[in-house]
Design a protein around this ligand. Structure first.
Ligand code: NI
Length: 145
């Protein structure tokens, strides 16, 4: 990946991350192939970037921790399996093919009774455990695959 401080191919001073390079060919990302590249649970991997937001794939199983993301909305798109997301008032259950936007600052706790594959959309730099104290589920969520 190009460092943020590098100049764009066109030589202008706009960071490549915030600049649509005219010479970069669109790249097909195959979600199934990307999912085959890892087995860890609760460890989101970056597969694409759109402006300041990143698409991430994750495999979830079991209970996560209560947390919120004060700086970003978080989108959950369920690719396989079923995902319950607990909120302080009442839980929401997502089936395969369903998505949900968790607004910034709203406390949530994902729970997957059995293995579940999801695609997430969050602002670049978002830590998976949000504002919760760092714990054994906190991972480097900036890893690309
Ligand atoms: Ni979250």
């Amino acid at each position: 990946m190009v460092a943020k401080t590098d100049r764009g191919l066109c030589g202008c001073s706009i960071s490549p991350m915030n600049h649509k390079e005219p010479n970069v060919a669109p790249t097909v990302v195959n979600l199934s192939n990307k999912l085959d590249l890892f087995t860890e649970r609760w460890s989101p991997k970056v597969i694409a970037q759109v402006d300041d937001f990143q698409f991430k794939l994750a495999k979830l199983e079991g209970e996560f921790v209560w947390h919120s993301h004060p700086e970003t909305d978080e989108v959950f798109i369920v690719l396989a399996g079923q995902l319950r997301i607990d909120f302080r008032d009442e839980p929401v259950t997502l089936q395969t093919g369903e998505m949900l936007v968790v607004p910034a600052g709203v406390e949530h706790k994902p729970v997957a009774e059995s293995a579940c594959h999801v695609m997430l959309l969050v602002r670049e730099g978002t830590v998976n455990t949000g504002n919760a104290p760092e714990n054994q589920l906190t991972t480097d969520s900036s890893q690309w695959i």
